[in-house]
Design a protein around this ligand. Sequence first.
Ligand code: KIV
Ligand code: ZN
Length: 516
Amino acid sequence: MTAEKDQVRIFDTTLRDGEQSPGASMTLEEKLQIAEILDDMGVDIIEAGFPIASNGDFEAVSEIAKRSRNSVIAGLARAIHADIDRCGDAVKHAEKGRIHTFVSTSPIHLQFQMNKTEDEVLDIITDTVTRSRNLIDDVEWSAMDATRTPIDYLCRCVEAAIKCGATTINLPDTVGYATPDEYKQMFVDIRNRVPDADKAIFSVHCHDDLGLAVANSLAGVAGGARQIECTINGLGERAGNAALEEVVMAIRTRGDVLPYTCGVDPQYLTRASKLVSGASGFAVQYNKAIVGKNAFAHESGIHQDGMLKNAETYEIMRPEDVGVKATSLVMGKHSGRHAFKDKLRELGYELGDNALQDAFRRFKDLADRKKHVYDEDIEALVEDEISIASENTRVIALTVIAGTGGPQKAILTMDVNGHHETRECTGDGPVDATFNAIKAIIPHDATLQLYQVHAVTEGTDAQAEVSVRLESGGRIATGKGADTDTLVASARAYVSALNKLALRQQGSNPGALKAS
Ligand code: KIV
Ligand code: ZN
């Protein structure tokens, strides 16, 4: 008889710890899309944000809570009444809501960050967990910097939290310092020593500063934890959090030594990865496990030979298991509207009539310029079209004069809230000239934080996908643009980032950008 496998809950914190990573902030629309895919893929708990942090965060958590269908929706709260109450207000809309409250427990945090004694922190735990439980039944308590907390004191903190009704106890490796053996032992010790430890579910939460986040997470589970906190693409503070896709595929692929199950459907992993990378502006490294472009590519002759004879010679997972579709040559310039619509549906896009019309026109245009049009090309084009459709300010025409002679010049026409504006500017290179022309049409004080170009497919006729990150008054926004012309893609990405910044600064009026 095979032993029943233990269920491990997957707690996704892409929208909270992930979004906390500098430069990764997302719009409400992007957060809603990510939450929807997380809910669809079977994530048990979605940490949707930090409601006290801003009105935008509160709105995002409330809206995700209202729309949730299967997942528990959690919000984060410091050990402060105002935080807990605000969090309770945001998650109360969910069918299943959770307040996740935390306090630091390590000596270094107590001394330098909180200026509190151990006994004072114990009182705070009692007070804040009790307050949370008075608002909601599902309460998670976290001991921030647990891995640098003396075990005796950590036991007292966990005991206090459980006594006051915490249903989940999270012991984070906040600074990514632990090794797998240590982390596992911490859970074994705490679960052995704390009275009523079996009344709570224990959770791991690991940061990747030493590249050990996934290994530590699995070690914590071996020590008795049954919830893993993680993020899509490993997004998160500093080196990031444990990557959800790695944790899920490790559990699925190595069931022989990891006797657990989790409810996540891996078919969604590739789409979720692309969505998060697009929204956050954080590109996924080519050799990233599970979701990197090269994760299933076999270049060397020996590998290819083995793969042709039997895929299992070098492949421990099949690309289709994680939702990678075999790259297909889709269509050319003779493909009709009907075939294009079918292809969009297959890729998961359902566009309205006008958007379909615009996307089809751009597809025809692309097919004229590019010999082979692949699924990835269509995805990039449609994503670009979707973002343009929501913007009242957009690029209409761009001509750039570049080359060794200098100075490089850009002549740009934009539609700004229905009015066409044209400017001609020079710059230190063609990209600089293009961005100067945008600035001449829409004066702004935003500074460029990131400019990144990547080719959607192979070849010199490939579409360029450009990410631009802008910062203004502490707010950050990332825009993307795609085109076979890198400068057109750059202009679109810059304008998209400006539109997002305007949305954040002036509420929800997308027409907020003003021409000079
Ligand atoms: O890393 C950490 O300790 C955290 C807590 C807020 C759970 O993110
Ligand atoms: Zn964290």
